[in-house]
Design a protein around this ligand. Sequence first.
Ligand code: FES
Length: 126
Amino acid sequence: MNRDHESARTPQDQTEQVELQTAATQPAQGEQQTQPAHGEQPKQPMQPAATFNGAPLTAAPGATIAAALIGSGRQSWRTTRGGAARGLFCGIGVCFDCIVTIDGESGQRACMIPLANGMTITSADA
Ligand code: FES
């Protein structure tokens, strides 16, 4: 390991490095601070609450509807015309296996839409 590079630094260089690192961790003017100040409790984003076929459904903030459904123990949430169970398959919006009805709008992909507060979600075949 070559230590010549590190030993060539002057104490002033090291002070400037610390100042640069400190500036990089401080929020810019007008930017919201995301880390709580020392001694403060971290602010938790609100957990969205919705319903699925009338039952309460919650998930971590930012989770998709499919993640919320999987997290609530459901492995499938609709059936095909032939009666086959369908739920999460591709998880990237390609297969349409996960479709649900959200606030009356049918054909919505549960894997692509974050769960939001107040959503009324029903299975596509409900
Ligand atoms: S799981 Fe394939 S589109 Fe949602």
